[in-house]
Design a protein around this ligand. Structure first.
Ligand code: NAP
Length: 312
């Protein structure tokens, strides 16, 4: 289904999972008169040209920005400040500048000081992703029924916020607006802490002397395997997330450690009732997530097994 273009020219700076998915979705829906893409490396730019998803692939961030009505930075959080500084002189007055970073306080802190008053700055975070990265990993359906959180600084033009909301809605997302601080606190518990736990567990298993790594791989069909999927997420992206949302993650980690101590105590004391009550509560949370359509109730999260494709 296509709609009327919402923007004459959209510039995407960075073309990995998120930039590539935005380009594919915007093109499928006809949301841009022209999609201009750039990426840091010549290799990625060449791949975007081969894929044929962009109308133009240019070499520099400045070239991509020139004349664009919507500029979206689809790069790691830690790189956004320098890129904002670089593109600032090239921004068209009235343009909307946005990003997709998983942390919002640091984005506002690093980007806002460089941006001219003549543009509208509307940071965004699509809460959608996979553990894959790079120009081939994106797909047009990534944002369907997923949340996109906008965190416009106070005083941002409401018409600009509405235009960006319309864009994300048109590529399938459900949009909510909140402050950057609130976003960072919510995401610390729903996304950042779970990733930290996954990185820890997989690292711990790897370091256990008495369990060889081949056994860890062989018997990984239990809960461990799902942790390995999360722990395979992009190292650059997640290094930047933990460095730039340190305060909120550390606060959540404090609460997590207290709760872990409670469960440890219940186990040590043989308090089955406390364990049972806790697991019943968490099971209800999982059911709630499925009920509001944020995941599938199918076995194995609806994922195909590697051998299933080979069956007749
Ligand atoms: P990705 O697939 O690794 O792609 C990253 C892109 O950024 C690539 O085009 C890369 O260029 C470019 N890049 C990397 N370092 C750069 C730098 N220092 N300066 C300029 N460009 C740089 O990453 P992604 O998953 O799309 O993530 C992009 C952003 O989306 C991140 O801010 C992340 O927090 C956010 N996000 C990710 C997810 C997720 O699940 N992955 C979900 C929501 C939001 P080259 O290809 O040329 O190296």
């Amino acid at each position: 289904m296509t709609a009327a273009p919402l923007f004459q020219r959209i510039a995407l700076i960075g073309f990995g999972l998120i930039g590539g998915s935005i380009a594919r979705a915007a093109r499928a829906r006809g949301l841009a008169g022209e999609i201009v893409v750039t990426a840091r490396s010549a290799k990625t730019r060449a791949r975007v040209t081969e894929l044929g998803i962009a109308d133009r692939v240019v070499e520099t961030n400045a070239e991509a920005t020139d004349g664009a009505d919507l500029v979206i930075l689809c790069i790691p959080v830690g790189a956004c400040g320098a890129v904002a500084q670089e593109i600032a002189p090239h921004l068209k007055p009235g343009a909307i500048v946005s990003d997709v970073g998983s942390v919002k306080g640091a984005i506002v802190r690093d980007m806002a000081p460089h941006l001219p008053a003549s543009i509208h700055f509307v940071p965004a975070h699509p809460v959608a992703g996979t553990e894959h990265s790079g120009p081939d990993s994106g797909f047009a359906e990534l944002f369907i029924n997923r949340w996109c959180i906008l965190t416009p600084p106070e005083g941002t033009d409401t018409a600009a916020v509405d235009r960006l909301r319309a864009f994300w809605t048109a590529i399938g997302a459900r949009v909510e607006t909140m402050t950057p601080e609130h976003h960072d606190l919510v995401l610390a518990i729903t996304s950042h802490l779970p990733h930290l736990i996954a990185y820890t567990i997989v690292g711990t298993a790897d370091e256990l002397g008495e369990v060889t790594s081949s056994e860890v791989m062989k018997f990984s069909a239990g809960g461990f395997r799902d942790f390995t999927r999360i722990a395979a997420s992009d190292p650059t992206m997640w290094r930047d997330v933990f460095l730039s949302n340190k305060d909120a993650v550390l606060e959540m980690l404090g609460t997590f450690n207290e709760d872990l101590s409670k469960l440890t105590r219940a186990m040590r004391r043989g308090d089955g009732e406390a364990l049972f009550e806790h697991f019943t509560r968490t099971r209800a949370i999982r059911r709630g997530i499925v009920e509001i359509g944020q995941d599938s109730a199918a076995p194995d999260f609806g994922r195909l097994q590697p051998n299933a494709a080979k069956k007749p």
